[in-house]
Ligand binder design. Structure first.
Ligand SMILES: Cc1cc2nc3c(=O)[nH]c(=O)nc-3n(C[C@H](O)[C@H](O)[C@H](O)COP(=O)(O)OP(=O)(O)OC[C@H]3O[C@@H](n4cnc5c(N)ncnc54)[C@H](O)[C@@H]3O)c2cc1C
Length: 371
């Protein structure tokens, strides 16, 4: 008789929940430790586009295609580019593209509903993980529990990663201020965004508008700023942070500045990334997936797609019967897949926040059209 391994997944984000779903389909019963008290404790962030070979592939492997299609928005794949004066430089409606959008909260709900009751332990922040010859012990405020395998799906500031190496994310030199709009109350923002996503790019500054489900539009104001100043901005009262953001976009067209002045200011996110190609020495019984393994800035639009693809590959490795060497092969393949995406994210950030303004972004869109 074989005994199923005791598996802990730290983190109930898209990567951790997808892994739980896939292991559940194989008859295993992992436990997901999630620090949030419940699914709606905090806003989950904006819309995500799922790519065919990674995010959509995972959805199919998890048997969740119908639930995904019911929530996905294939009509929201357009791109627009403006300069700082509000001149429209590029506009395509994205009709026929194969990267349907889905709200992050909808994706999380679909994954949660696919799991048996009790598989996710809410309000369970993992404080520490200790290891000895008998296995790995997960420590939360509620107590300790021993496991054979512990997977860090706990995002960019992963606790589990500290067991494997002392590498930490590095500041990317830029901040995003996140804004939210109801499109019915902000028709001018609605008109600006078009059929999906808009970028307005000026010297070292960007405004982004992104159509979400349920008549919501998510906005981001991004610029280059010192790390300490980015955190100081995040510590300001909301209206003071808004005024500071408006000052950065002084001289931009009033229609674009409405993206900062008109919406709800939802948060301030300094951007961090792990070193490109980050790899840790493999430790039997402990591994990582998603942002915990390869946090990158959002400029490649790959983060969630990689996290979901990692979950598929790791589930295959864990259920292959080939032992830990299969997981080591997963780790090598994951790094090989994430590295070009991380390079794209770094190039994307350099192109969008440059002294040349909109020109490099326009070149990128045109090259994509002709390629
Ligand atoms: C502004 C912005 C826009 C983005 N846009 C896109 C996009 O358009 N497309 C795209 O593909 N990606 C995008 N991303 C990236 C994407 O959000 C991430 O890559 C993705 O969420 C990673 O999933 P994950 O499951 O690895 O980690 P996360 O989503 O970070 O989930 C980690 C989970 O672990 C939990 N957790 C953390 N620590 C602990 C602990 N100690 N104990 C218990 N639980 C813990 C957290 O509460 C969380 O639920 C964007 C990111 C940002 C910041």
């Amino acid at each position: 008789m074989t005994i199923d391994p005791r598996i802990a997944i730290i983190g109930g984000g898209p990567g951790g929940l997808m892994l739980a779903r896939l292991l559940h389909l194989h008859g295993l019963a992992p436990i997901v430790f999630e620090r949030d008290a419940h699914a709606d404790e905090r806003p989950q962030g904006g819309s995500l586009d799922l790519h065919a070979e990674t995010g959509q592939h995972a959805i199919r492997a998890a048997g969740l295609e119908d639930a995904f299609l019911a929530e996905a928005r294939p009509e929201d794949q357009g791109d627009r580019l403006y300069d700082a004066d509000g001149t429209l430089l590029f506009d395509r409606d994205g009709h026929g593209d194969d990267r349907p959008e889905i709200d992050r909260s909808a994706l999380r709900r679909i994954l949660l509903e696919s799991l048996p009751e009790g598989m996710v332990r809410w309000a369970s922040r993992v404080e520490a993980i200790t290891s000895d010859e008998s296995g790995h012990t997960v420590v939360t405020a509620g107590g300790t529990q021993a496991f054979d395998i512990v997977i860090g799906a706990d995002g960019g500031w992963s606790r589990l990663r500290a067991l494997l190496s002392d590498v930490q994310p590095r500041y990317e030199g830029a901040v995003f201020v996140e804004l939210g709009f109801d499109r019915r109350r902000h028709p001018q923002v609605d008109a600006l965004v078009g059929a999906g996503k808009m970028f307005a790019v000026g010297e070292n500054r960007v405004l982004i508008g992104q159509r979400n489900g349920h008549d919501h539009i998510r906005g981001y104001a991004g610029w280059r700023i010192d790390e300490a100043d980015a955190w100081a901005l995040g510590a300001m009262p909301r209206e003071a942070a808004r005024a500071a953001t408006l000052a950065v976009f002084e001289g931009w067209s009033s229609a674009l500045r409405d993206l900062i002045g008109g919406g709800d200011l939802l948060g301030v996110r300094p951007l961090y990334a792990l070193p490109i190609g980050y790899r840790w020495p493999s430790v039997p019984g402990v591994t990582l997936l998603g942002d915990a393994a390869h946090l990158m800035s959002p400029f490649a639009g790959e983060g969630v797609n990689l996290a979901l693809a990692d979950a598929v590959d790791l589930a295959e490795a864990l259920t292959s019967g080939a032992g830990w060497p299969a997981v080591e092969r997963y780790e090598a393949a994951m790094v090989a897949r994430a590295t070009p995406a991380a390079e794209d994210a770094a190039h994307g950030l350099a192109a969008v926040l440059s002294r040349k303004g909109a020109a490099p972004v326009l070149d990128h869109y045109r090259a994509r059209l002709s390629g």
